[in-house]
Design a protein around this ligand. Structure first.
Ligand code: TRP
Length: 330
């Protein structure tokens, strides 16, 4: 059987280097090993928690351009917007009708939202959040994906997708491909400015696409201890060192270790980190600036991606509708 990898990118926020190291780079690497790859912008997922029109628009654009600037080749990978493939929503409804409510009750994201409420367990919870895993299952099952790379926080959703597909196949025959997950972030937690995991919600991110000046400013803000220049520094539990490791070669890492032993100043260590990161981000940033100027480019790319994706989706949804009895009257 063909190996087909598919992954969705929720379009919230603006890309940071944690996304680059933890998601974009590994997904692009992985796509080389598969017969075909589908990467899409999960914009319908993004409206569950965000109703700022402008933020959603800006986020879709910057995330799409970030992936393309980082090397996603839209002639090799099918790259599209979820909302451009309406068959996904048709499938979502169909899957709603084979999914046990009890299964959704167990979803971590939903349970965690409930547990933050006091008197009214339903406060602030919309049906989008509750049935989030079903939309995700439709994303995956629509295209007969065999492998789904995700962060470990998403593993339960893949398990649920497997459950839903198995249930459908039990009811109607083996039409849906039951996918496997590929957990991507086992060893790659990228630390943010304050030493916690880099995340938009902690406000500790280093931007991916901002100017060189902003990048430098951001790196200079990394929290360190107050050891003076000349005093040996510990590279363990050191955010600067940790970040450096994500970008440097083995030799460069050894050299920085030596500099730590010899008491490099924090200013100089950060300068080294900046130069290292900047050398890798510069071509990405330049590409991004170039693509950002070209108003038609992104729309053309996504239009083409949607056309390709729909050529699968239209055929699949018609087979699915046929087996459930929603088809031509005979
Ligand atoms: N929920 C995923 C996340 O937050 C994004 C996503 C949506 C996805 N649909 C998907 C990932 C389908 C893999 C497959 O990261």
């Amino acid at each position: 059987m063909k190996k087909r990898i598919l992954t969705g990118i929720t379009t919230t926020g603006i890309p940071h280097i944690g996304n680059f190291i933890g998601a974009i780079k590994p997904a692009l690497e992985l796509s080389k090993d598969y017969d075909d790859s589908f990467f899409f912008l999960a914009d319908y997922h993004s409206i569950i928690k965000n109703n700022s029109t402008d933020e959603i628009k800006e986020s879709v654009k910057s995330i799409a351009l970030a992936w393309l600037s980082c090397g996603l080749d839209p002639t090799k990978t099918i790259f599209y917007r979820q909302s451009d493939v309406p068959e996904i929503l048709e499938l979502t409804w169909i899957l709603n009708c084979v999914t046990a409510k009890g299964l959704m009750n167990r979803a971590h994201a939903y349970k965690s939202a409930v547990s933050q409420n006091n008197n009214d367990p339903d406060k602030g919870i919309n049906m989008g959040l509750f049935s989030y895993p079903i939309l995700m299952a439709a994303d995956i099952l629509m295209f007969d994906s065999t492998h789904v790379p995700v962060g470990s926080d998403q593993n339960q959703h893949i398990e649920m997708t497997r459950d839903i597909a198995t249930r459908f196949n039990h009811l109607y025959g083996p039409l849906l491909t039951v996918p496997d997950s590929i957990i991507q972030d086992k060893q790659k937690v990228v630390l943010g400015l304050d030493g916690r995991k880099m995340s938009k919600s902690y406000g500790n991110v280093i931007p991916l696409l901002e100017s060189q000046k902003t990048l430098k400013k951001s790196i200079m803000k990394i929290v360190t201890n107050s050891l003076e220049p000349g005093v040996p520094k510990d590279s363990k539990n050191c955010t600067v060192f940790d970040l450096y490791k994500n970008f440097a070669t083995e030799d460069e890492i050894i050299n920085l270790q030596t500099a730590y032993d010899e008491g490099i100043s924090w200013g100089d260590a950060k300068e080294k980190l900046f130069l290292k990161i900047n050398s890798q981000l510069e071509p990405i940033r330049n590409k991004y600036d170039e693509l950002y100027q070209d108003k038609n480019y992104i729309n053309d790319v996504l239009h083409e991606g949607a056309t390709k994706a729909r050529s699968y989706a239209v055929e699949k949804i018609s087979l699915i509708k046929e087996v459930i009895g929603i088809s031509k009257i005979t």
